[in-house]
Design a protein around this ligand. Structure first.
Ligand code: NAD
Ligand code: MG
Length: 379
């Protein structure tokens, strides 16, 4: 039996993790549940899972009588306070954006293992987070499906060097769109992801291919691979979740129907595989699996992210901060979709690369990127 803190419990990843907890009460107990502002949803989860501690960033007007049995924490630091108070063995970091970085940092101080969905924490604080994890000997178990696939393939490594990581990519909702149509894609178009059902921000990132760029950076940090040894291949069916190529040319892949409970459950149960009623793969029904090179002309954000990784220092933080600001503005109808990569590129060009020596440096670069993007959004 392991205790687990689900940070971002009301979200897409958080609720699917709780489905695994529900199916395996003998293996997991959710001792801490946190969310930003969806209080009714969190109250319901607290009723079902009976954690020791629960947290909301936005304090609700009232706490219902039947959920007062647990300790409640509110306010901007509520996630980290709740995590500390819960003394959970594992932390599932499933907050979206750089807003989750503090929680990952704290989890490395107070937990035995970090289960990482929050890719933006690595994109922004990757060098610092991975150094702290190594120093404290805390496993960072990937939850992102591509990284989980690579991690699973690496179980067969037996000390052999890896030649290349191959990240697969569905291509997002606009995969087949013409360049001029992509520019003015609506929020509804962009949120219609063909294979995965996820939170709003990551679904927008998939359509712009920023998500794949963030994932290249995430893979660099998790697996210690340089940008040159991480390739992206478009695979519309999302059946091959990613691959690893070894020195002899052998490529190992991990396959499955697209269902995030697979990678979430793998991280939760690691090294044990936890069943979750996965739909079996029917290869005859699938018939074929397709692969293509990414189109960097229609989706320029992918090469921007790879360049930011190569530039190092604050560049990935600026990329991420400008993207978070631009995606927020797009979802509010303030800018057309095509301005997202334009704003990112402008921010990367305008803001000089500075070294990242501590977490305060991360927030400083993020603040500069957001301030710059905010000005561009007004134009
Ligand atoms: P989501 O929007 O569905 O859920 C986000 C959760 O975080 C919610 O519980 C919300 O209340 C909480 N939250 C948001 N902002 C917060 C803040 N400032 N402080 C505290 N809590 C906050 O997002 P999601 O799709 O579940 O994604 C979560 C993370 O996992 C993201 O980093 C995403 O890139 C990554 N991820 C998601 C998927 C997926 O299938 N959804 C797949 C791979 C990786
Ligand atoms: Mg992914």
């Amino acid at each position: 039996m392991r205790t687990i803190a689900i940070l971002g419990a009301t979200g897409s990843i958080g609720t699917q993790a709780l489905d695994i907890v529900r199916r395996h009460p003998d293996k997991f107990r959710a001792s801490c549940l946190t969310a930003h502002s969806a209080s009714d949803k969190l109250f319901e989860l607290v009723r079902q899972f009976r954690p020791d501690v629960a947290a909301l960033v936005n304090e609700p007007e009232a706490i219902p009588e039947d959920v007062r049995f647990c300790q409640w924490v509110f306010g901007p630091d509520s996630t980290v306070e709740a995590l500390k108070a819960s003394r959970a063995q594992d932390a599932l970091c499933a907050i979206v954006g750089i807003a989750g970085l503090d929680a990952v940092w704290t989890a490395l101080d107070v937990c035995e293992r970090v289960l990482l969905a929050n890719k933006e924490a690595l994109v922004t604080g990757g060098d610092l987070v991975m150094a702290k994890a190594a120093e404290k000997n805390i496993p960072m178990l990937p939850v992102d499906s591509e990284h989980s696939a690579i991690f699973q393939c690496l179980q067969a490594r037996q000390g052999n060097p890896v030649k290349r990581l191959l990240l697969t990519c569905s291509g997002g909702a606009l995969r087949n769109w013409k360049k001029e149509d992509i520019y003015n894609a609506t929020v509804k178009d962009v949120l219609a992801h063909p294979t995965w059902n996820m939170g709003g921000k990551i679904t927008v990132d998939c359509a712009s291919m920023v998500n794949k760029g963030l994932e290249v950076i995430e893979a660099h940090h998790l697996f210690g691979m340089p940008a040159e040894k991480i390739d992206v291949v478009v695979h519309p069916q999302s059946i091959v979740h990613s691959m690893v190529e070894f020195g002899d040319g052998a490529v190992l892949a991990q396959l499955g129907n697209p269902d995030m409970r697979g990678p979430i459950g793998y991280a939760m149960g690691y090294p044990e595989r936890i069943p979750y009623d996965a739909k079996p793969l029917d290869f005859a029904a699938l018939g074929h699996l397709d692969f293509a090179a990414p189109d960097t002309d229609r989706f320029p954000a992918l090469p921007m992210a790879i360049e930011a990784l190569k530039a190092g220092g604050s560049a990935p933080v600026v990329l991420n901060g400008a993207n978070e600001a631009a995606v927020g503005a797009f979802l509010k109808g303030q800018i057309p979709f095509g301005r997202i990569p334009e704003i990112i590129l402008a921010a990367l060009d305008a803001i000089p690369v500075t070294p990242i020596m501590c977490i305060a440096d991360v927030y400083e670069a993020d603040g500069k990127a957001r301030a710059y993007a905010k000005e561009r959004i007004k134009i």
